[in-house]
Design a protein around this ligand. Structure first.
Ligand code: ATP
Ligand code: MG
Length: 422
């Protein structure tokens, strides 16, 4: 089962020096320590990993005793953060999933007290802190290609689960019984989509079948963790591919429920745009994507409100409705809901072209304009309106003073031009 691969082709120059130093120090203190997980996988693919995780046989308290700046974080899944300046290396103790003393609990969290590993009666892991050896640690990981151990000093690669062969055949395979592994932690469904989209791997047949069979288990994931995983799924530069996969596995309605039809052409444009921005190293916000996904839900709810109630009331009610749909699936931070409301409110301001200088000065102007831009591309807003706002911004760029003559006497707003000349 344990296979040692000597000519792995990993370029040692790509190894993060801080992770290497963490391993060196743990070893000097008499412990075993290796680079593990996604970093080894990415190195084998010739990619630069985004983070380097370390796995060791040292217990969390022992890890802390080796480093001056180290602290234990997490309860469900305890790890140690070792700090080098502002950089953090995550160090995890080897775990086992074969804890004979593991507790099974329903909702009585008192029973969790003092237990290292706790599984709910429907099989979901609630706490995963039962220590084990390296092989057990490999087997409790999610995919075969995420269960490599690499020694940066001797350049040795250890493969316990056949991940090397899977990587060569570009296959993403869950370790062990795929259904049982998804029931244990349904977040692995989202991880499968993310890793498959990011690395261009095909999801192996049994794993794909298990995803279809277990997709409803997504509901068991805590609302906050679901939000965090969706951010990772859609903000990693492969949003369009990830979304397609989520569609193929019928997950979209579980992740982003709506009571009306989604504007899929608008959403596609936003996903493509997000990927493009990531590729160009430009900032992306998940809250913006959410505002696009829920825009038609907002619009319909807005239309349903009585016109006599006035804009503010209709906007607030429609915003509540759209955000509540989303909240039935995941927890969204306050800033994200405020962001979406602002972007939606801006659509009406951008369309009316009243007091454009004031609109331009709003904090979320750019995001609001970006949605208008996408809408114009799919025919849900007028291109002339988008062009007018583009020109208006360009002319304002040359003239940054907020009350300069030029801006106060900006060209005739779009609305006037339209009514006057067309
Ligand atoms: P990324 O490149 O996005 O960081 P990753 O595979 O490194 O991908 P991490 O979240 O950093 O993802 O996790 C590090 C490693 O921990 C994984 O490679 C995997 O071995 C293990 N792991 C993470 N999440 C799970 C999970 N839910 N179940 C089992 N193992 C997991
Ligand atoms: Mg990682």
């Amino acid at each position: 089962m344990r296979e040692s691969i000597s000519n792995s082709g990993i370029d040692p120059n790509r190894i993060d020096r801080r992770a290497k130093s963490v391993i060196g120090r743990l070893r000097s203190a008499g412990f075993d320590a290796w680079i593990v997980g996604g970093a080894v996988r990415d190195l084998l693919l010739g990619r630069q990993p985004k983070d380097f995780d370390v796995a060791t046989d040292a217990l969390p308290e022992e890890i802390c005793s080796v480093f001056q700046r180290a602290r234990v974080v997490g309860r469900r899944f305890k790890i140690v953060h070792v700090q080098h300046g502002r950089h953090v290396t995550e160090v995890a103790t080897y775990r086992t999933s074969h804890d004979k003393d593991q507790a099974k609990v329903t909702s009585n969290f008192e029973e969790m007290r003092g237990q290292a590993r706790v599984v709910s009666t429907d099989g979901v892991i609630l706490r995963d802190n039962a220590w084990g050896n390296q092989q057990e640690d490999a087997l409790r990981r999610d995919f075969t290609i995420n269960a490599f151990y690499y020694d940066p000093f001797n350049e040795e690669l250890i493969d316990f689960c056949g991940g090397y062969a899977d990587l060569k055949s570009q296959s993403l395979r869950l370790i062990g019984n795929p259904e049982a592994r998804l029931i244990e932690d349904p977040v692995r469904i989202l991880r499968a989509l993310r890793i498959s989209a990011k690395l261009g791997l095909s999801i192996e047949r049994q794993t794909a079948r298990a995803i279809r069979a277990c997709k409803d288990m997504i509901e068991k994931v805590s609302p906050r963790r679901k939000y965090d995983e969706c951010v990772k799924l859609l903000m990693n530069g492969h949003a369009e591919k990830s979304w397609r996969l989520a569609e193929d596995f019928a997950l979209i309605d579980l992740l982003f429920p709506t009571s009306s039809r989604r504007n899929s052409t608008l959403i596609d444009k936003a996903l493509q745009n997000t990927d493009l921005r990531v590729a160009e190293n430009r900032p992306v916000t998940f809250a913006f994507l959410l505002s696009v996904v829920y825009f038609s839900e907002y619009q319909l709810a807005f239309e349903r409100q009585d016109e006599a109630e006035g804009f503010e009331y209709r906007h607030a009610q429609a915003g509540n409705h759209a955000l509540n749909e989303l909240r039935s699936a995941m927890a969204i931070p306050r800033y994200a809901s405020l962001f979406a409301r602002d972007v939606w409110a801006l659509q009406a301001r951008l369309e009316s072209v009243k007091r454009p200088n004031k609109t331009l000065a709003l904090e979320r102007f750019r995001a609001g304009y970006d949605l208008l831009h996408l809408r114009a591309e799919v025919g849900s807003a007028e291109q002339a309106l988008r062009d007018w706002w583009q020109e208006f911004q360009d002319s304002s760029d040359h003239c940054p003073a907020p009350h300069s003559r030029r801006r106060r006497h900006a060209r005739t707003p779009y609305r006037h031009r339209r009514t006057g000349t067309h």
